[in-house]
Design a protein around this ligand. Structure first.
Ligand code: ADP
Ligand code: MG
Length: 693
């Protein structure tokens, strides 16, 4: 299936000259196992060997390539001394030092009386020019072996730069002239060279500017990589769009009643998003849509109203939360609203067993239950719906493309809405969630008070505690978050417990603690006390669940805030946003605080907009981190760098859209070239699964 033109690049690196078994293993760990992987291993620096001074003129500290004659060898008198070789040219003499000498190797490289070209760093010692272990010692007639400018690659123990340069050169020699997959005018307008030329130039830098990710050649390669990513996703997206679905278009009678009972108007953003969802549900294809909305933007209401659309059509809907606690919270919100309009909403989790469970399953199969709320236990065997037409997945952005597709197969040609409160930057939406349609609630209900956020050093902890005391005496409730970083969980926990002990001395039995090592029941008990107000200070490691709701809590103190990801800080702070009540967040940091950490905390202080926070974090850190490395979705790029190539991504996205619209089977000449591109960047899943020929 892979185009033949790519065969030479998709063979094992063992097929390259001089790759022994041991070396092969090292290179595979460093770059990958195929010849093509070597192409993506880009230099991060370079050594300029074009400087060719006379000995007397050679500047200290510079890499120089000098033509010399070998005068004499001076073997060391003690073990500590280097083996010295005196060399000269018509300007003067220089000493070449060797600290490790094997047999007569030095005499072989530098035979007395012979002319040699040596290249390495020049230094002066007591006024005498020296060069220690030259990188090259060759005959002058082999001068072209000393590459004028040598790229410097990321290395690993046992793989020298010289070896890697040679190997990559060999890999480059296998790169054919591909048919151009970029659109002609676009290529011209950007001044992009061909893929092959760009690749060759990237591996043969002439100056440091060529090493920069924004150089023309690297940009071209980054664009190719991004286009492959976007095109593969666009093909999947189009395929999903074409899967037969159902036309769910209720008459609105249930939704109208619920809205009357809500007691507030929907925000413009909620209306807009509901419109998008309704249109998708009404259309005769399968919906797969990502709904993003910050904490408190009102996603639950949107989920409920769209579920009622399905119920109005006589079908069933389900909403799936990541944890029991969140499922119960959904039940608490949704069930009363449904009860008022005669719609049955029930809970099903793994904990519901025995008679209760069989009753629910029975009623579900008979269609007496309209809306089922639960955890992933909703989709285990034995749970049978009468007619499940709509599935809402809450906080499950961690799902992969395939999982999302398989989910829609669970119901009866069900539409799927994936909701997330984790701010996913636009760039990441495109690269990792590009198989889905996308809606965003970009507005929170009006009239909410901002959280007063302050950044203070840990040394001011006495003041913080004093302020906290006043607030708790006035009847407030507060969270105190201690950092817990997995690598040193034990010491972290010890530190948290120590902090709890010292706070308990001050606040007595008003303070309680939860952490990850506690049993579920113990944790629940403490949380319950906090909810009831029996305790008013909850000391916690970050185990407190996303979305846990204690409306009376208005204070959040986070210790060593610089150790948290910004997204995490944002989620934590979201827990004390209480609409019309004032709330306070204190970010305490330890010393020393790096420039970047300071900037990150400053963002937290300045804004509550989760999307802005995510974007800024991305800029400061260049990817990863925002969602935690595991699911960052950026690590998959070998060349593209989101802190530099964002605009190219947007362009690639549009380009891909246009391609699937005008040439959905990739059958035109450009389409054929694009197939090669998809295979080249190993995005061939999409081609194999969804395209013919
Ligand atoms: P999310 O799930 O996005 O975090 P919720 O749906 O839980 O947000 O809504 C947060 C709170 O805001 C709830 O108490 C909800 O009743 C309320 N709410 C939702 N939409 C509106 C609105 N348009 N106007 C006023 N309050 C709203
Ligand atoms: Mg919610």
């Amino acid at each position: 299936m892979r185009p033949q033109i790519l065969f030479p690049l998709f063979t094992d690196i063992a097929s390259l000259k001089g790759v022994g078994v041991k070396y092969e293993k090292l290179v595979i760990r460093l770059c990958g196992s195929k010849v093509v992987d070597l192409l993506w291993h880009l230099p991060y620096s370079m050594i300029d060997r074009t400087y060719q001074p006379k000995i007397a003129a050679a500047a200290d500290g510079r890499i120089a390539t000098i033509k010399v004659r070998v005068v004499e060898h001076v073997p060391p008198k003690t073990k500590k001394q280097p083996y010295k070789v005196v060399v000269e040219d018509d300007s003067g003499q220089m000493i070449v030092n060797f600290f490790k000498v094997y047999g007569d190797s030095v005499s072989k490289y530098l035979p007395t009386g012979a002319p040699r070209l040596i290249s390495g760093k020049v230094e002066s010692f007591n006024g005498i020019k020296q060069m220690t272990h030259p990188d090259y010692m060759i005959r002058p007639e082999d001068a072209e072996k000393i590459i004028g400018i040598e790229p410097v690659y990321p290395l690993t123990a046992g793989v020298s730069n010289k070896m890697l340069v040679r190997l990559i050169r060999e890999a480059l020699a296998r790169v054919p002239d591909f048919p151009e997959w970029l659109e002609h005018n676009f290529q011209k307008q950007h001044g992009f060279p061909s893929f092959r030329e760009a690749l060759l130039k990237v591996h043969h830098p002439r100056n440091m500017a060529d090493i920069e990710p924004q150089s023309l050649c690297r940009s071209r390669l980054a664009y190719d990589e991004l286009l492959a990513n976007q095109l593969a996703l666009a093909i999947v997206r189009q395929k999903v769009r074409r899967q037969p679905g159902r036309c769910l278009q209720g008459d609105g009678h249930l939704r109208r009643k619920v809205m009357e009972n809500l007691g507030f108007e929907l925000t413009g953003a909620q209306k807009k998003v509901l419109n998008e969802i309704n249109q998708d549900m009404a259309a005769p294809y399968r919906m797969l849509r990502l709904l993003q909305g910050d904490v408190g933007s009102g996603k639950t209401v949107v989920a409920l109203l769209s579920m009622l659309n399905a119920v109005e059509c006589g079908a069933q809907a389900a909403i799936m939360a990541p944890t029991e606690i969140l499922a119960k919270q959904h039940l608490e919100t949704i069930q009363p609203l449904c009860a008022q309009i005669g719609v049955r909403a029930e809970l099903l989790t793994g904990k519901i067993k025995g008679k209760n469970r069989s009753l629910i399953l029975e009623e579900l199969a008979e269609g007496k239950i309209d809306i089922l709320i639960g955890t992933h236990a909703l989709f285990v065997d034995g749970v049978v719906f009468k007619d499940l037409a709509y599935i809402v997945v809450d906080e499950q952005h961690r799902f992969g493309v395939q999982q999302r597709l398989s989910l829609s197969a669970k119901g009866n040609r069900a539409d799927v809405l994936v909701m997330t409160a984790t701010p996913i930057p636009r760039t990441l939406v495109l690269t990792a969630y590009g198989d889905m349609e996308y809606s965003k609630i970009d507005e929170v209900p009006a009239g909410r008070k901002p959280v007063d956020t302050r950044v203070v050093p840990l040394s001011k902890i006495q003041d913080v505690v004093a302020g906290l005391k006043r607030k708790l005496n006035a009847g407030c409730r507060a969270y105190w978050i201690c950092p817990l970083v997995e690598e040193s969980e034990k010491t972290d926990l010890a530190a948290a417990e120590e902090r709890f002990a010292s706070l308990q001395k001050i606040f007595g039995n008003k303070a309680g603690m939860v952490h990850g090592r506690m049993k579920e029941a113990e944790k629940d008990a403490v949380m319950e006390q906090f909810k009831r107000g029996d305790i008013s200070l909850l000391v916690a490691t970050t185990v407190i669940e996303v979305g846990v709701n204690v409306p009376e809590a208005t204070i959040m103190i986070i210790e060593q805030a610089e150790r948290f990801g910004l997204a995490q800080l944002h989620q934590l702070r979201g827990r004390i946003k209480r609409g019309f009540q004032a709330s306070n967040c204190i970010l305490m940091y330890g010393y020393p605080l790096s420039e970047t950490s300071r900037a990150r905390l400053e963002i937290m202080r300045r804004t509550e907009d989760g999307f802005e926070i995510a974007e800024k974090d991305l800029e400061l850190r260049g990817g990863g981190e925002v969602l935690g490395n595991r699911q960052s979705g950026f690590s998959e790029f070998k060349i593209a760098d989101m802190s530099v190539h964002k605009d190219l991504l947007y362009t690639a996205n549009k380009d891909a859209e246009m391609i699937v619209e005008t040439d959905c089977q990739l059958s035109t000449p450009r389409g054929q070239a694009l197939r090669i591109l998809l295979y080249l960047f190993e995005r061939d899943d999409a081609v194999r699964t969804y395209l013919a020929g």
